[in-house]
Design a protein around this ligand. Structure first.
Ligand SMILES: Cc1cc2nc3c(=O)[nH]c(=O)nc-3n(C[C@H](O)[C@H](O)[C@H](O)COP(=O)(O)O)c2cc1C
Length: 159
């Protein structure tokens, strides 16, 4: 199964997790980058009000890719806006989408719903790998936390 890990990260924790995941899976990695980053208040505001954050040009074609593992931080209860823009713009038809959140320990229910809405109507099979609480964790701890989602992904392959 050809897997691509796609991530957005503002402060680096999601990047660390995504890199560890990709290494374990032997997967290609693509980074979502915001056209313009903003400060803490701006991020929260944009997230709450669903204000679109444009992303930099990236390869949005997943022809030949069976599965995307999307790693995204949660901002104010919702997936970080650049990850939402990615889901709107990417050619996802026919892929399996596995989503992993990086969080400060808050609720993920609204983020799960937001992702479901974003891919509704597309031919995408979405699953959720849970959340990694990144607060006060160093790089080694974050990398270790990636083991559980990798296990879940391997289980999916066996199904
Ligand atoms: C603006 C903003 C809002 C956040 N809101 C939440 C939240 O609602 N719930 C939560 O669990 N974590 C929240 N966090 C924490 C991030 O999801 C967490 O620190 C994540 O690991 C950041 O990823 P990054 O280091 O890749 O940018 C928020 C962080 C920021 C910057």
């Amino acid at each position: 199964m050809k897997t691509t890990v796609v991530y957005y990260s503002r402060f680096g924790t999601t990047r660390t997790v995504a890199a560890a995941l990709a290494e374990e899976l032997g997967a290609e990695v693509r980074e979502i980058r915001a056209m313009r980053e903003c400060g803490f208040m701006g991020m929260g505001f944009r997230s709450v009000f669903g204000i679109r954050m444009p992303i930099r040009p990236m390869n949005l074609d997943f022809t030949g890719v069976d599965r995307i593992v999307l790693c995204a931080p949660i901002w104010a209860g919702k997936p970080a806006n650049p990850a939402r823009t990615f889901l709107q713009e990417a050619k996802l038809d026919g892929v399996k989408l596995a989503v992993l959140f990086a969080t400060g320990g808050g609720e993920t229910g609204a983020s799960v719903e937001a992702i479901r809405k974003l891919v509704a109507g597309k031919r995408v099979e979405v699953t959720f790998l849970g959340a990694i609480v990144t607060r006060k964790k160093d790089e080694a701890q974050l990398r270790a936390e990636a083991k559980e989602p990798v296990r879940k992904l391997h289980n999916q392959e066996g199904e």
